[in-house]
Design a protein around this ligand. Structure first.
Ligand code: HEM
Ligand SMILES: *[C@@H]1O[C@H](CO)[C@@H](O)[C@H](O)[C@H]1NC(C)=O
Ligand SMILES: *[C@@H]1O[C@H](CO)[C@@H](O)[C@H](O)[C@H]1NC(C)=O
Ligand SMILES: *[C@@H]1O[C@H](CO)[C@@H](O)[C@H](O)[C@H]1NC(C)=O
Length: 421
């Protein structure tokens, strides 16, 4: 039932973007409906239909344009292995400071990441952590804005975006509060829990890992907090690992992800009994084939993946937090945040979680920027120009209210560690 809904909701967009896909979409609509999580291949909710070596080979050989070069001392790297690896191979500027267009093109070339999804995530990164006057954002820490005096402070970058972009319960990073404010460095214990859980990783395995990180946060982090946008970033990131890091071949059209590939993307080396994280050295493996470019991982696929997660583990996609002690989770009623557009039941249906994810960021950004920019209009036009098409793809109900007052009871909501990372 869920998959049918998503296939229909996404068909207008996919068919428009790729004429001739209608027949394939017909096929997608008859996907098996249950058991959802276990039945998924590594291409996610919309299976890949063929392997094309020329299209999917990502050439990162030494001596070529996209060879690996370790970041220099001024290059920004942060909590996202996908972005770090893309920058280390020149798919994003090696400086780690990027525009919307560079991100859309670079992540498309490196991973077949959906262009509309990349644009929306980038524009949100600019609004929450970047330079709206220059149209750039940092995949790591702070940097000087392009127009001196255009902003009141340097853009923070996604490394310093705790609970605005970066959040608790990451697949392989610690919760900021439990690690002295550092949610950027890899936590080897956490990585190993994932690593040793399988030989080949599937979406179902990553959802089980997400359940583990979620339980860990609830039981140990008095400042655990999950906001409607930022709180969904780690659950979505769990799905990115399988959908975007898997290797593809003629024998394995959906893709597979083994331990060696996982280590390479996460910059982990060493034997099984002595893993070491090499900060900033995330790599795309040699001889690696991305998902097909005619089946990009876009917003509709991500919305479907989190909805499937919500069927298996609804507790992971609740908004709210602990109230200052471990195991004190209090959920916030989505109806109170959204002015009744969503409630606890409808939020888990169809694309609604995906809708709320983008809408929450869209609604929050103007007030975030109101003290920082004198004239908001040019940037808000860019913001809405990137988000509204995604809301169309997902067929979202209009959200006119976004009330964050219920968040103030959570100490995590106001926790913004300034630790240098
Ligand atoms: C514009 C696009 C993107 C943005 C803005 C973005 C941003 C982020 C942020 C802020 C985090 C930290 C969230 C957390 O606390 O867990 C993160 C984590 C992560 N991202 Fe990305 N990301 C993007 C694209 C990608 C891509 C293309 C991939 C995969 C190829 C990827 C894979 C991951 C993974 C696996 C994590 C979790 C890391 C860990 O816990 O060790 N991301 N991303
Ligand atoms: C590292 O991860 C493990 C496993 O999830 C967790 O128990 C531990 O608290 C984390 N370390 C820190 C410093 O948060
Ligand atoms: C992992 O997947 C690869 C590719 O499909 C396969 O050759 C290998 O046998 C799998 N390994 C295990 C332990 O399942
Ligand atoms: C990806 O799959 C191809 C075909 O099986 C294989 O030759 C190649 O070594 C694999 N790449 C990685 C990084 O495992």
């Amino acid at each position: 039932m869920y998959l049918r809904v998503f296939a229909l909701a996404s068909s207008a967009y996919t068919a428009a973007a790729m004429p001739g896909m209608a027949a394939m979409l017909e096929e997608r609509q008859s996907l098996p409906t249950l058991p959802l999580s276990q039945a998924q291949g590594n291409s996610g909710p919309f299976p890949s239909l063929q392997f094309n070596a020329a299209d999917q080979f990502v050439d990162v050989r030494p001596g070529t344009a996209h060879q690996y070069i370790a970041p220099g001392p001024n290059d920004k790297r942060g909590p996202c292995p996908g972005l770090n690896a893309a920058a280390n191979h020149g798919f994003l500027p090696r400086s780690g400071v990027t525009t919307i267009t560079q991100t859309v093109n670079g992540l498309g070339a490196a991973y077949s990441f959906g262009p509309e999804f990349a644009a929306a995530l980038s524009v949100i990164a600019i609004g929450l952590t970047g330079d709206p006057t220059g149209g750039t954002w940092s995949i790591g820490g702070p940097y000087p804005p392009s127009l001196l005096g255009g902003l009141l402070s340097n853009p923070s970058g996604i490394s310093k975006s705790h609970n605005t972009y970066e959040s608790d319960t990451s697949p392989a990073r610690s919760d900021a509060y439990l690690n002295g404010g550092d949610a950027v460095s890899l936590n080897i214990t956490r990585f190993d829990k994932l690593y040793f859980s399988a030989q080949n990783y599937t979406l179902d395995i990553l959802r089980d890992h997400n359940k583990l990180t979620h339980t860990d946060s609830i039981q140990n982090n008095p400042y655990y907090f999950s906001a409607p946008f930022a709180g969904l970033v780690p659950p979505i990131a769990h799905h990115f690992i399988v959908n975007l890091m898997s290797n593809h071949s003629a024998d394995n059209i959906q893709g597979y992800l083994n331990r060696d590939i996982l280590k390479t993307f996460f910059a982990v080396s060493g034997p099984d009994n002595g893993h070491v994280w090499n900060a900033g050295q995330e790599k795309i493996p040699q001889n690696w084939y991305k998902r097909p470019s005619n089946n990009p991982y876009g917003a509709a696929a991500a919305a479907a993946d989190v909805a499937i997660l919500a069927v298996k583990y609804p507790e992971i996609v609740q908004f709210g937090g602990n109230t200052g002690t471990p195991n004190s989770f209090v959920g916030v009623n989505p109806g109170d945040i959204s002015g009744g557009v969503y409630n606890a039941q409808t939020l888990l249906q169809g694309n609604n979680l995906g809708c709320f994810f983008f809408q929450a960021a869209q609604q929050a950004i103007p007030s975030v920027l109101s003290g920082v920019l004198s004239n908001l209009t040019p940037f808000l036009n860019i913001l809405n120009g990137a988000i509204n098409p995604v809301l169309g793809i997902l067929n979202c109900p209009a959200l006119l209210t976004f009330d964050q007052s219920a968040f103030e009871q959570f100490p995590g909501y106001g926790y913004h560690p300034a630790k240098k990372v």
